[in-house]
Unconditional design. Structure first.
Length: 293
């Protein structure tokens, strides 16, 4: 476990704490998008989004809306889980599903939306700091769908500083290395002010207690989920063992379930970990999603 003072903005806890400050959120959005952003409400962190109780939920890192009714979902991702493009599609879909009131017939009233994902790796291998995706026609790329949806993937290890703003490059480096030395090396006044606010967060006793409580809760949830999953894996292994050999079935069931649990925990999908222990059909679905046999 890292100390609070050693966290970077790529750590979800610090990112959420920092972006609850609307000035930090505004600065980050303005630097990324290169335009003025005036937030309508306070940003919401770790906002749970779900279409139906029957389907998996997702926690949006930071959700915000501006005075033009544009919605922003901003995420940080420390590791490449090999599913981020489709995950961004899922986040967009569950946010879209809540943008119109029941009975509303005019789909043009849907808000514009930005899904922004910040990561310390190059998802597409083109060594760019920013990859922006909007729907265009395959047969004629000059034709845009203009559906109001934009997905942006940011790579802190880009190699094309001439194609983006110098302030964006500084911000991405600062997000990965949120230190006083890094901030001092930036020319951006917005980053200097952000560093002062983040220093205040890191030195806060209240935030420190919250961080410790969050870590303890996550560890307890992970352990409980792991135990539930392994228990189900043992049961599954014993059942398979009746026809395939007891020892082989037990070992196979434990091994597959353990790998699935590890994959889910890597993505902090605690609720899914708990559910696989009780719902064999959902467990099989998760096995297929991660390619586990």
């Amino acid at each position: 476990m890292k100390d609070l003072k050693d966290l970077n903005l790529l750590d979800r806890f610090l990112f959420a704490e920092a972006m609850e400050d609307p000035q930090n959120m505004r600065d980050v959005l303005e630097i990324i998008l290169g335009k003025d952003v005036v937030l309508k409400h306070l940003p919401q962190t770790e906002k749970e989004a779900r279409i139906s109780p029957a389907y998996r939920f997702a926690k949006v890192d930071v959700w915000a809306k501006d005075t033009d009714e544009v919605v922003y979902d901003t995420e940080v991702q420390g590791t490449n889980t090999k599913n981020l493009p489709k995950r961004s599609r899922y986040y967009e879909s569950i946010i879209d599903a809540k943008l119109l009131k029941p009975g509303e017939r005019d789909f043009n009233k849907m808000n514009d939306i930005y899904i922004i994902l910040i990561a310390p790796f190059d998802l597409f291998g083109k060594r760019k700091y920013m990859y922006t995706f909007e729907m265009t026609c395959k047969e004629d790329p000059s034709v845009s769908l203009e559906d109001g949806a934009t997905r942006i993937f940011l790579n802190t290890h880009g190699d094309n500083p001439d194609e983006v703003s110098p302030e964006l490059v500084e911000l991405l480096h600062y997000i990965e290395h949120t230190t006083q030395d890094m901030a001092d090396g930036c020319k951006s006044e917005r980053i200097h002010k952000m560093q002062k606010r983040i220093c205040s967060i890191k030195s806060s006793e209240e935030v420190s207690v919250r961080y410790m409580q969050r870590w303890e809760e996550m560890e307890m949830e992970k352990e409980a989920a792991r135990e539930l999953g392994l228990a189900e894996g043992r049961t599954q292994g014993l059942t398979e063992g009746r026809t395939q050999g007891l020892a082989e079935g037990r070992a196979e069931g434990r091994s597959s379930m353990a790998r699935l649990i590890d994959k889910l925990l890597e993505e902090n999908r605690i609720e899914d970990c708990k559910r696989i222990a009780k719902d064999p059909e959902f467990c099989q679905h998760m096995m297929e999603e991660f390619g586990i046999e």
